[in-house]
Design a binder for this molecule. Structure first.
Ligand code: PCA
Length: 143
């Protein structure tokens, strides 16, 4: 099983969380809450207000999220769902897991292929689609 760190719409209570619960996509087992050890810029960007972790370690804030152990089938599903590698790239991140979890190497859907002005958007550390930023996530029609 691989570990995946989710920080955006896949988190519990967020608009795409259900895809992790769907057994026809494979298996995802919750392993804990955590925060990236390094800071990253997490911005809400584009016309659909999508959360994007910019692959610029050292800038931004330590980002909060959830760690899941996933099987190969779920990993392939998530690659497709997240538009990897065009929209996001699946990269590695070190996550400090709450409690006795220590640190874990996880996959994360981040991006290195973004318009340069995104670096200047406000940085978030704990994404909530209903947050005070007022930038409501708008799902794709087909979902
Ligand atoms: N989905 C993935 C990447 C950003 C998003 O909205 C996640 O929640 O981690």
């Amino acid at each position: 099983m691989a570990h995946v760190f989710v920080y955006g719409t896949l988190k519990t209570g967020q608009p795409n969380h259900r895809v992790l619960l769907e057994s026809t996509h494979g298996r995802a087992v919750f392993r804990g809450w955590g925060r990236t050890v390094e800071p990253y810029p997490l911005v809400i960007a584009g016309q659909r207000n999508i959360p994007r972790l910019l692959n610029l370690p050292g800038q931004g804030r330590r980002v909060a999220g959830e760690v899941y152990a996933v099987d190969e089938q779920m990993l392939r599903f998530l690659d497709e769902f997240e538009g990897c590698p065009d929209m996001y790239q699946r990269t590695q991140v070190t996550v400090a897991v709450e409690g006795a979890g220590g640190t874990l190497q996880c996959f994360v859907y981040s991006t290195a292929t973004y318009p340069p002005e995104w670096v200047h958007l406000p940085y978030h550390d704990d994404y909530d689609s209903q947050g005070e930023h007022g930038l409501r996530y708008s799902p794709r029609e087909s979902r």
